[in-house]
Design a protein around this ligand. Structure first.
Ligand code: NAP
Length: 280
């Protein structure tokens, strides 16, 4: 199977490439910087120049590919994904897997929802993944204040979140890319438990041996806290906007779709925290 991965340098893409390599495939990575991808993966992959913001890169990247994984984290994704899906069909791609997001994938007017609509009208095989919040956020995106001052600032109140380990998203994506039976499916991807951020910090503390505290904040104080810590205004506002959905309780619901697709229990936060103890 010839598989093309878009977003291969990211949270989901990195373990997805690994999952495909582990299955003895040589995926093609569609990237803006081919040298960077080659330095990272060597001859385990092939690379092709690709930029969602530059449609002239679409045809050569998609030529000869059978299955394509993509995310839509770039700015203004709808027109570029529309064009991309047209070129994918012309190039003979048989199957696409789009990783959306649980928070806004079902919210009309949000880019991920608009892209999901485009994917649903693609007339070859498609699968949509809607992952919950990533466990890896606590070492990447939100990890700075945990490492620097043993504190996690968020406007999340006491709401619970059913997190997901990106390695489980990657395993589900690999299965949907390579196996039959997933056409027309939308999978909600979560672990089998929902945790408050107080519970998250307790598990991080247990794993790391440091006392990490959750500091719940209102939107305005969260934004000013993060600006003081060097975040941009756009990043602080974007994060605060997303946490409106968390605080509403929307992220609490647990899905058993990971177990349905993979036939095994998803990873839990405690195991994730222990494996990443030296990153906190
Ligand atoms: N964080 C969460 O908790 C969470 C939860 C659910 C859903 N999501 C969704 O997941 C998606 C992000 O996935 P991720 O976290 O795996 O990605 P990520 O870590 O943010 O990385 C983005 C990847 O996309 C590539 N990329 C960016 N702009 C591009 C462009 N114009 N053309 C081609 N490639 C481009 C980047 O390449 P470079 O390496 O060249 O920069 C990078 O590999 C977003 O749609 C987000 O809303 C996130």
């Amino acid at each position: 199977m010839k598989v093309l991965i878009i977003g291969s340098g990211g949270n989901i893409g990195t373990p997805l490439v690994q999952a495909l390599v582990d299955r003895s495939l040589v995926p093609t990575l569609a990237v803006r910087n081919t040298q960077k991808a080659e330095d990272k993966w060597g001859n385990k992959v092939t690379t092709t120049q690709f930029d969602f913001e530059d449609p002239t890169t679409f045809t050569s990247a998609l030529e000869g590919q059978e299955a394509v994984f993509f995310i839509a984290g770039h700015s203004n994704p709808v027109p570029s994904v529309q064009q991309f899906l047209t070129v994918a069909k012309e190039a003979g791609v048989k199957r696409i897997v789009f990783s959306s997001g649980r928070t806004t994938g079902d919210v009309p007017g949000k880019p991920l929802n608009d892209v999901e609509k485009l994917v649903r009208t693609w007339d070859r095989q498609w699968t949509i993944l809607r992952p919950g919040w990533f466990m890896q956020n606590f070492v990447n995106w939100l990890g700075g204040t945990i490492r620097a001052e043993n504190k996690l600032f968020l406007p999340a109140g006491n709401a619970k979140t059913a997190f997901i380990d990106v390695r489980d998203i990657a395993d589900v994506a690999a299965t949907c890319l390579l196996e039959e039976g997933h056409h027309g499916q939308l999978y909600n991807l979560t672990s089998d438990e929902a945790l408050s951020h107080t519970e998250v910090c307790a598990l991080i503390s247990q794993a790391s041996g440091k006392l990490v505290t959750y500091v719940p904040q209102e939107r305005a104080s969260f934004i000013s806290t993060m600006l003081e810590k060097g975040w941009t205004e756009a990043a602080a506002n974007y994060t605060a906007d997303l946490y409106k959905y968390v605080i509403s309780g929307k992220e609490e619901e647990i899905s058993d779709d990971v177990a349905k697709v993979l036939g095994k229990t998803p990873r839990r936060f405690q195991a994730f925290a222990q494996e990443h103890a030296d990153r906190f």
